[in-house]
Ligand binder design. Structure first.
Ligand code: HXC
Length: 232
């Protein structure tokens, strides 16, 4: 069985690709950034916290991964446009967008203010759309003669809490931009777990999880890696 240090993929499957990862400096997003980089991609990280971005870039660069970070909030359209343009200017193209930025907290409906509700929707739903909207023109760019599998790719990191589908909206993804979703269950070592399920899930995972363990950030990164590679 593969461990967290062995990849089942060739180390060059993302060679020459440029990926922009929102929330890419922490949690699942950072593991995706790292694995994409280890498999040949250049990565741009977007996030709100300067210190977190700087330390993530240092770690990536210490692994010889071409990495850059841009401060920005996915709730702000200007930030989205600026970060995407900066990524394009820095690396010359954008092949992959991963929307891993998320906001969440536990609150009973009666204690959740409309602004709290809106805040999470603005980050998770509207922010994801805004990033896609601003990135599509770059993701759809490509030289003549490119193969159908070498177009842009979008990965939206979701959750299992709210399965939904977007019928009648496939026109956006029709022009060689694949859009996949990954819906992680509880993943160990993430802000989501420490914020939302401090003890119970971790200590009971043997009894309640089909695999007798929590998911790992690496699992999600490997799924993302498969989906953005030509194999996906
Ligand atoms: C009730 C809360 C609250 C809480 C914030 N609010 N925290 N309400 N309970 N614990 C309300 C505030 O009162 C305010 O409404 C509104 O939300 C906005 O709060 P701000 O603090 O001003 O927002 P901001 O500073 O922008 O922070 C956004 C955030 C924050 C979402 C609230 O938690 C954040 O930045 N999170 C990012 C990291 C994160 O959450 N990662 C985990 C993702 S896990 P009022 O009305 O007072 O103005 C995940 C899925 C995991 O997505 C699934 C696991 C199984």
């Amino acid at each position: 069985m593969a461990t967290s240090t062995e990849s089942p993929f060739k180390s060059n499957i993302l060679k020459g690709k440029v990926a922009l990862i929102t929330g890419g400096a922490s949690g699942i997003g950072f593991e995706i950034s790292t694995q994409f980089g280890k498999h040949g991609a250049s990565v741009a990280l977007m996030g709100r916290r300067k210190q977190v971005l700087q330390s993530a870039v240092s770690v990536l660069q210490s692994l010889s991964i071409p990495a850059v970070a841009f401060e920005g909030d996915v709730r702000k359209q200007d930030d989205a446009a600026r970060v995407i343009e900066s990524t394009f200017k820095h690396f010359g193209k954008i092949d992959i967008l991963v929307n891993a930025a998320a906001g969440n907290f536990l609150a009973a409906a009666e204690d959740l203010s409309p602004n709290g509700f809106r805040t999470v929707l603005d980050i998770d739903s509207v922010g994801t759309f805004t990033m896609c909207h601003e990135a599509l023109k770059y993701l759809k760019k490509g030289g003549p003669g490119r193969s159908s599998s070498s177009g842009g790719a979008i990965i939206n990191i979701s959750a299992t809490l709210h399965y939904t589908a977007s019928w009648y909206q496939i026109h956006v993804s029709a022009a060689k931009v694949r859009v996949n979703g990954i819906a992680p269950g509880p993943i160990s070592g993430t802000p989501g777990m420490s914020k939302l399920a401090p003890e119970e899930i971790g200590s009971k995972s043997r009894d309640e999880m089909p695999l007798y363990k929590l998911g790992e950030k690496w699992d999600i990164a490997m799924a993302a890696l498969y989906l953005v590679s030509d194999a996906g």
